[in-house]
Design a protein around this ligand. Structure first.
Ligand SMILES: NC(=O)c1ccc[n+]([C@@H]2O[C@H](COP(=O)([O-])OP(=O)(O)OC[C@H]3O[C@@H](n4cnc5c(N)ncnc54)[C@H](O)[C@@H]3O)[C@@H](O)[C@H]2O)c1
Length: 274
């Protein structure tokens, strides 16, 4: 599989959910390497404000709305030229017992975490394929490989993104466009705030940004960050259920089911508005 090189200097990069967290760190990392960066976010005020700090542009975007997504990419291409790299990053993570969360929350999670990615790929791929050049990064999660009590619908959305990425990657491999899934473990951002995910380490958003930027050169299919947590998640799939049950009990794997801390309540209140 060979892809034509994308030089980061001058590359046109669009990032969803780029106002804060991993999206913002990724935007900063690309901008630091000379890329032309455009971020879209529900919070367009914050997107514009933060983009100004690294010479990028910010736009209002709701990834669940394909027309809004199309307008975002059209604006980016009109202003900066053909898209080289798309980072589908916007996401939400409501936690709680499966039956305690309602159908509205299920729908929101799937609409943002899965349909947001589908819309972005449907819109960006045709131009990239026509040019025979491009790279798409879908920010999934290790929760796309490893089930967690209290994150069932989130797990479902991320397992779906991992599968979508792997299948489309195969389909377009010979046409110059690479598609990569980045799988973060727990990251120190609003999305995971107030959630005790121990013993899974909480890494920095900039660590995930480095993995996303690194994928432009490596074009790997799946990149876990940190890598060793990815290896553990893969090993877990080969471990017999009784052994995993014991390991999970020792890990105290029901932390996402615990009552909300104040910090978690604040994140949940923000989701109520979405
Ligand atoms: N933080 C973690 O522990 C962690 C772990 C694994 C994977 N991830 C994934 O990383 C991605 C980024 O998460 P984060 O931790 O930076 O979260 P975050 O909450 O810090 O930032 C998410 C951003 O996405 C935006 N957003 C939400 N819904 C949107 C929509 N409909 N349209 C456009 N923008 C929208 C928000 O406004 C926010 O700016 C998500 O896909 C998440 O699932 C995060």
């Amino acid at each position: 599989m060979s892809y034509s090189k994308i030089d980061l200097s001058g590359a046109v990069v669009a990032i969803t959910g780029g106002a804060q967290g991993i999206g913002r760190a990724t935007a900063e990392a690309f901008a630091a390497r000379g890329a032309v960066v455009a971020v879209g976010d529900l919070d367009d005020v914050l997107a514009k404000e933060t983009a100004a700090t690294y010479g990028g542009t910010g736009y209002a975007l709701d990834v669940t709305d394909p027309d809004a997504y199309a307008a975002f990419l059209e604006n980016v291409e009109n202003q900066h030229g053909p898209l080289d790299i798309l980072v589908n990053n916007a996401g939400v993570m409501p936690n709680g017992g499966f039956l305690e969360l309602d159908a509205r929350t299920d729908r929101m999670t799937i609409e943002i975490n899965l349909f947001g990615v589908l819309h972005g790929m449907r819109l960006a791929l045709p131009g990239m394929l026509e040019r025979g050049r491009g790279h798409i990064v879908n920010v999934a999660s290790l929760a796309g490989k490893f089930p967690v009590k209290g994150l069932a619908t989130y797990n479902a959305s991320k397992f779906a993104v991992v599968g979508l990425t792997a299948a489309t990657r195969l389909e377009y491999a010979d046409r110059g466009v690479s598609i990569t899934a980045v799988l973060p473990s727990a990251v120190d951002t609003a999305l995971a705030s107030g959630l005790d995910m121990k013993p899974i380490p909480k890494v920095k958003a900039s660590d995930i940004a480095d993995a996303v930027v690194g994928s432009v050169a490596s074009r790997k299919g799946e990149i876990a960050a940190p890598g060793y947590v990815g290896a553990l998640a893969n090993a877990a799939t080969l471990t017999p259920e009784p052994a995993m049950k014991l390991i999970r009990r020792l890990m105290r794997d029901d932390r996402a089911l615990l009552p909300d801390s104040d910090e978690r309540k604040a994140y949940r209140a923000r989701l109520e508005l979405e």
